[in-house]
Design a binder for this molecule. Structure first.
Ligand code: PLP
Length: 458
């Protein structure tokens, strides 16, 4: 493929998400051209093992013909049907019913979006509407976790607690608050599960009391914090947070945009702890990235509350592409593959292989922590294993790691805090894992061989 022209056109015209614009202009785009299973090809014809499922979304792996057929048939039959004016389409209605069947019993209603950010944004709007409808219009404050990620909509980016999403964007808003992340590797109380859970519950309780329970609308959290560095809280944490929200009279919202659809083992992370949230946000694995789609699931109580509050007026929240029939048809086939195509089973069966491979990396001089649940995992690299001191940001270790991984044939996520994130597709085989860890070791050695890195190591 002739890509010189693409690199120039990209540099001149395409604004990429999140990257530093100047760095991108200098580096230039890497054009990906095709994918099969867990492997991608770039425009130079190079094959790469995708260890991140695109952006933690292609949970099925690439090239599933049955998904392509589902999209094609729906596009031919009826490419679009609005949800406005009481219209609908068969795949969207069937998908809503299927999601209600699959998600925790508390969730009875679905509003479809185009992705995760607008799912979070919609959840915020539904919550505001709900409390106003309940006559509790002072309940306007939202609490999230430090290092949380809830997308980049105008309000959602304020719930996101990563500084680059706030900088120069006038965020967070005055009604958006944070409590510490349950981060076992860096928790000042140590890694004792009970102490971590207790401190999160106490922090939420204190924050709600500080703001006043009658002023707090909801607590949002990810079951495992993804973009904040794949932070895996102890088992029982999510359940304890739900119980605390119930006790405090605030809504409990679980953002399963990453953790849903087999990523952590079961279909949803909530399942593992019997958690029944008031609202849940979904995207990514819902369509495995083959088409854009997200969803807000809500309890019947929230739905009925909004409905009652509207009297006979329309409820002013909507998107042209809500419940898009092509995305819905794709999602139905993707869900079939998870359940009947053996993908969920494979994720559960091979999770110990993934965990063992990550843990084996702890012997490497750069690796301070290895953590995972299901097919979601991370390695945290530190300058000093004893003190857990991070590398100086000026070393730009994350960029070095990303480029070295690419040179060694893997695509992974390298976060600014020197956390390497992994989200392999649920179609990975043992051989794929063997290859991943072989290439990963070469990657870490290549970075360690760089004199500036070796010098920075304590
Ligand atoms: N919520 C979580 C937990 C996410 O990880 C993401 C994206 O990574 C979002 C929301 C936003 O989703 P999207 O990028 O589809 O807008």
């Amino acid at each position: 493929m002739q890509t010189d022209n693409l690199v120039t056109l990209d540099r001149d015209h395409l604004v990429h998400p999140v990257v530093n614009y100047r760095t991108h202009e200098q580096r230039g785009v890497t054009v990906l051209t095709s994918g099969r299973g867990a492997y991608l090809q770039d425009s130079s014809g190079r094959e790469l093992l995708d260890a991140f499922s695109g952006l933690w979304c292609v949970n099925t792996g690439y090239g599933h013909e049955s998904i392509v057929r589902a999209a094609e048939e729906q596009m031919r039959q009826l490419p679009y049907a609005t949800g406005y004016f009481h219209f609908g389409s068969e795949p969207a209605i069937r998908l809503a019913a299927k999601l209600v069947e699959l998600t925790p019993a508390s969730l009875q209603r679905v509003y479809f979006t185009m992705g995760g950010s607008d799912a979070v944004d919609s959840a915020i709007r539904f919550i505001v509407n709900y409390w106003n409808a309940q006559g509790k219009s002072e309940k306007k404050h939202f609490i999230t976790l430090e290092r949380g990620y809830h997308g980049s909509s105008s309000q959602g980016a304020g719930l996101t607690a990563l500084p680059v999403f706030h900088r120069n964007f006038d965020l967070p808003l005055p009604n958006q608050h944070r409590i510490p992340s349950p981060y076992p590797y860096r928790n000042p109380l140590g890694s004792d599960p009970a102490a971590i859970i207790e401190s999160s519950v106490a922090a939420l309780r204190d924050k709600v009391h500080e703001l006043g329970a009658d002023r707090v609308a909801a607590f949002f959290c990810e079951p495992i914090q993804g973009s904040g560095g794949v932070i895996v809280p102890p088992k029982g944490w999510l359940k304890a947070m739900q119980e605390c929200c119930q006790e405090l009279g605030i809504l409990f919202v679980v953002d399963e945009v990453i953790t849903g659809f087999g990523r952590t083992g079961p279909m949803f992370a909530c399942e593992a702890e019997g958690v029944t949230p008031d609202l849940m946000t979904l995207a990514k694995g819902l369509t495995a990235g083959y088409a854009p789609m997200g969803a807000v699931m809500m309890s019947d109580a929230v739905y009925q509350g909004i409905a009652e509050g509207a009297a006979d007026l329309p409820i002013g929240h909507g998107h042209t592409y809500s419940a898009h029939p092509v995305s819905a048809a794709v999602a139905l086939e993707v869900l079939r593959l998870y359940q009947e195509g053996g993908l969920l089973e494979n994720g559960i069966a091979l999770a110990p292989r993934f965990e063992e491979g990550l843990r084996a990396m702890l012997d490497h001089p750069l690796v301070g922590d290895a953590r995972s649940r299901g097919f979601l995992g991370a390695l945290e690299l530190v300058a000093d294993k004893q003190s857990k001191e991070r590398f100086d940001p000026s070393l730009k270790l994350a960029d070095r790691l990303f480029e070295a991984a690419y040179d060694n044939g893997i695509i992974l996520r390298a976060f600014a805090d020197n956390v390497l994130g992994f989200a392999p597709a649920l179609c990975y085989t043992s051989n794929d894992f063997d290859l991943l860890f072989e290439r990963l070791e070469r990657t870490l050695n290549a970075v360690l061989d760089q004199p500036e890195v070796r010098q920075a190591l304590r």
